[in-house]
Every structure is written in C-alpha cells, then in structure tokens.
Design a protein around this ligand. Structure first.
Ligand code: ARG
Length: 560
C-alpha cells in the first residue's frame, strides 16, 4: 500500500523509483511502522552511511499527506501512516461491491488453456486443479482488464475411441450409449481394459476402428460423435457447478487439418529428422529427448497437435501470453514443445508458459485414474455438498434456501482446497479438513462474509459524513483496514505469479482480522458516529471478501 507514491517521492540520484520499490519492506512487527526502507541497500552506490541516507530522506517522507511520522532506527527508515487518512479510503471500498478492479491489462490478450478434459475418459479428481486454477486465473486476469480467452483443449483424439467402439459393439449399442450417461460409457471402457488383458486381438480391432475415424469413415464418426456428446453433457454440468466458462472448445481433433503447415515449416527449416521411420525434432543440444511428431505409420501425436494449436492461437487471438494449466507430469512435454517453437522462430515462442501444479490424492490413499478405481469429481462435489447440508442442519436448521446454501458451501470447500497452496504442492484431500468452519477453508471465509451481512442488516445503514474514524483506527481496526486496502495488491501479485493462492490467503487473513475485531468491538455501538464507522468498515470487508471469493469461483451466501 502506498509503495508507489512513497518510491516516487523519495527517488533521487543514485536511488531510482524502481530500486526503492524493490527495497521497501513490511516491518516484522507492527510497532516498527507500516513500511520501512532498509537504507543500507543504497550505501554502496551513494557512498554514505545508512543512517545518513535515512536522515536525508526523512523530510520528504514526513511531507507526504498519508504519512503520520517516520523514524530512523539503525539503517532503517520506518514509516507510520496516518491512520485516519487511510481509514477514509475505506469509504470508497464500502461503496463499491467490486474491489480492486483495474485496467492494467487493457489491450492485452491472455489465452488460458485449462481443464482440457479427455473425452470418453472420466472427469476425475485429477482434473480438479487445472479446472479451478485455470478458472481463477481467468477471472483474476479479467479483473485486471485483460481480454481472456479460456480454451478447453479437449482430448478428443486417440486410440481410446477405437477401444470404445469395440466395446460398444460387443456389449452395447450406439443407441444405448447415447441414451445413457458418462458412467455407463466408462463402464464399457473399464470392461474393455479388463478383457483386453486376455484378448490382445481386441487392441488390433480398436486400432483399426480408430484408423477408420482418422480416415473420416461415416460409421466410425457416428460413434465418435456420440461419445463426445455424452462426455460433453457430463462435463458441462460440472462446469456449471464450478462456474467455469470457456470461450473455445477447440480440442485435439480440431487440429487434424492444421498440422501439415507446421510440419512443412519444420521441413523447410531442416528441423525434421527421420528416426526408425518416425519423424522427430532432435533436442539433444538442449538436454532433452527428441520430440516425436509423426509415427512410422503416419499417425500424428499430442505434441503435433499442440504445435498446430500454438500457431492457431497466435493467429486467431494475437495473444500477449499463452498459458497452459497442466500437471507437472507434463513438464517435459511443454519444455519440448516450447523449444521446438523457438527453433521454428514462432512469433510468440517467448510468451508460452506452462503453469504446472501438483497432484491430488484422497486421504484414504486412493489416487485418480486406475481402472475401476476412479474418483469422479462429481462424486466428490456431491459428497461435500451432502456433508455441508448436515452441518447446516446442526448449526442453523431454520435457514431458508438450505439446499442452495449447502451447494455453495460444499462446492466452495472443494474449489478452495485446490487454491489454498502454491500450485506446485501436492494435495491430500480430506472432506473434514475442507469443511472445517474454523479452519483455513472456504466455509470459514463464507461464514465471515455472512456475519458481515447479518451485522449490516441489523445496523440498517450508516452515514460516512458523520462516521468517527477514530472508532476504527485502534490497532485491531487498523489491521482490518490495511488488509482491505491491500487486497488489490494481492490480486496483482496473484496475476503476476500466476498463483491464485495469494487471493485465497488474503481473504482468509482478512476474515481472521475481521473476526478478531468483531469479537473485541461492538459493530452496532450505541454512539452513532462510532456505529457508522464500524458499519462502513464491515461493508468494506464484506465487499472485499465477496470479490475475493468470486475471483476464486466460490459463492458468498448472505446467510448460513
Ligand atoms: N488432455 C490433457 C490431459 O488431460 C491435457 C491437455 C492440456 N493442453 C494442451 N494443450 N496440451 O492430460
């Protein structure tokens, strides 16, 4: 907060605004000030002792309207803000339901490739993180004024389709599949794998069917379309619950006719080598195995489609950045892909980013995909909602709209669990942990929001003009104020580092600070100016929490 203004006011020869901005720190203890400048960082270039530098800066700092006082302690210049001045900024936040929005990204387009589920394979818990991290990044960038293009690069190509055709013909029919849901489809897939173990000839049949899809055979395509429809209907329901939206569903099959021009560029640049009949780009020089693009039988690969997709996206969206929210298991794939694009002189090669994340496993040790032991995301959501409903029944049985509130809490809890840590950390999912109302969880934040709503309802409005700011600038109130005002910076940080957890952590911290304030102070104080100030603060906290939750894709019920 105020870093920019402070840096601008203090910059002089030998200390640029940028250098000061980088040097500014938040003191470890609040009694040392709101912000401090370690002057020893400039001692070498200025050839002056740190306290001398600090003394020179002191008058400039004290002249700033938002500064109450400054002190020199050792080599540090410690700055204390004027609490009443800062408290007044809260009024604006209380007035606007949406907090921290700006247009720093204006004119820039960000493509985010996320969720990217595989057709005819289950939407399992392994796809939770990409879906919610991608969704959060989508909203965070949009909040900062970027044009965002959400792309679901569907895994709708590959031998699994041939396998499903074989299974459908053996044990079901196209009509039966079309009339059923994704669980039915998956049961065929599981049965195929079980039986193929002892009947390897099924795999030849499956390959032949997939070849027919590749060749555009009508009968084969009819199966393909039905499998895709069934899966899309199922994932659509999940996206609705998670409040996820895509601007494009151009998946792998979309690139069937768009790979040849890429291969042609590679040939022209003499980058394509033949190795055992396959065509590869040699990446030995970069310490990586070769990138396989065309198999000996002429089939293209995942990487070939990603090359075509990169070109297509650049051409279609003219992106500023193109992000791929994909598990770290694919680190090598993206390193290879980006390197090949560089070698091709692809315009945009430096703007490609793999946004990696860790794995999700269940508390009981179960992982994700193993045949027949799949943990469906839908089941996880349902179970969390069911447990949330039980908790509501215990805590607040007379509340209206119970089932909608249970949905908000249960789904919110699951979403939150994938957005709490730095992306790269593996997650062990536990229902009890994510639904703990007193933990670092969505329900805790949602509960704080509802607490604000209830106080505001009881308070029946406030008047900024008569508010007594001194009533909210004691140490506990001031902590809340700073957290509200610092929210915008956390959103920016989350965008810059592509880490939604900075938003998540910020609202949890704010909720904690507000709850401490709430316990120690009467929001609905007798005295009107005090009440106005406290209600205004409560409204600002509510708006900030609500904005934060909505950026993460989590509902904020008014009551719970
Ligand atoms: N469908 C892939 C998977 O589930 C993820 C695709 C990611 N996007 C991409 N352009 N490669 O593993």
């Amino acid at each position: 907060m105020f870093e920019r203004q402070l840096a601008a006011a203090l910059s002089k020869e030998g200390m640029t605004e940028e250098e000061i901005l980088n040097a500014l720190e938040i003191p470890k203890e609040a009694k040392l000030g709101d912000i401090c400048l370690p002057c020893f960082k400039f001692a070498r270039t200025l050839r002056q002792a740190p306290p001398v530098i600090a003394a020179k800066l002191l008058p400039d700092v004290q002249a700033l309207e938002f500064v109450a006082r400054a002190e020199i302690v050792g080599g540090y210049l410690n700055v204390f803000f004027d609490r009443t001045y800062i408290a007044k900024e809260i009024a604006e936040i209380a007035e606007n339901e949406i907090v921290g929005k700006n247009d720093e990204g204006k004119g820039k387009t960000i493509c985010i490739d996320f969720s990217s589920v595989n057709i005819a394979k289950p939407f399992h818990i392994g796809h939770l993180s990409t879906t919610v991290i991608g969704g959060a990044l989508y909203r965070i960038f949009a909040h900062l004024g970027y044009r965002v293009v959400g792309i679901n690069h569907l895994g709708d190509w590959g031998t699994q389709f041939g396998k499903l055709i074989v299974a459908t013909r053996k044990w079901s029919s196209i009509d039966e599949v079309a009339a059923n849901d994704e669980y039915f489809l998956n049961s065929l897939y599981v049965r195929y794998h079980r039986e193929a173990e002892t009947h390897p000839e099924m795999d030849d049949e499956a390959r032949a069917w997939f070849k027919r899809i590749e060749d555009g055979d009508k009968e084969a395509i009819a199966y393909f379309d039905v499998f895709k429809q069934v899966t899309m209907k199922a994932v659509g329901k999940i996206y609705d619950r998670l409040k996820i939206h895509f601007d494009s569903y151009a998946g792998e099959s979309f690139y069937n006719d768009k790979m040849e021009p890429c291969l042609e560029i590679l040939r022209q640049k003499k980058l394509l080598k033949t190795s055992d009949g396959a065509q590869v780009v040699d990446l030995e020089e970069y310490g990586m195995p070769p990138c396989l693009l065309v198999k000996a039988d002429g089939a293209t690969l995942y990487a070939t489609r990603d090359l075509a997709a990169a070109y297509y996206r650049k051409q279609t969206y003219d992106f500023y950045k193109c992000l791929y929210v994909v598990a770290y298991q694919q680190n090598l794939h993206f390193k290879q892909l980006f390197q090949v694009l560089k070698l091709m002189d692809f315009d945009g090669a430096d703007d490609m980013e793999h946004i990696a994340f860790g794995m999700v496993s269940m508390e009981d040790g179960a992982m994700s995909t193993r045949n027949g032991r799949v943990i469906w995301l839908q089941e996880v959501l349902d179970k969390a909602v069911e447990k949330a409903a039980k908790i509501i029944e215990e805590k607040n049985p007379n509340i209206v709209g119970k089932s909608a509130i249970a949905e908000s809490i249960g789904v919110g809890a699951v979403v939150f669990s994938a957005l709490w840590n730095n992306r790269i950390k593996d997650i062990v999912f536990s229902y009890d942990k994510v639904l703990n109302f007193d933990g670092e969880t969505a329900p805790y934040v949602q509960y704080t929001h509802a607490r604000c709503a209830s106080a505001l309802k009881k308070g029946g409005g406030y008047n900024v003009a008569e508010a007594d700011f001194a009533a909210i600038t004691d140490d506990e109130g001031y902590e809340v104020i700073k957290s509200v005002l610092g929210f915008g910076d956390s959103v920016k940080l989350a965008a810059r580092l592509r880490e939604p957890c900075y938003v998540t952590r910020h609202i949890v911290e704010l909720a904690g600070k507000f709850n401490r304030y709430y316990i120690g102070h009467r929001i609905l104080a007798e005295d009107a100016p005090t009440r106005s100030a406290r209600l205004m603060l409560t409204q600002a906290v509510k708006n900030t929490i609500r904005t934060g939750l909505s950026l993460l894709g989590i509902d904020a019920p008014e009551e719970m």
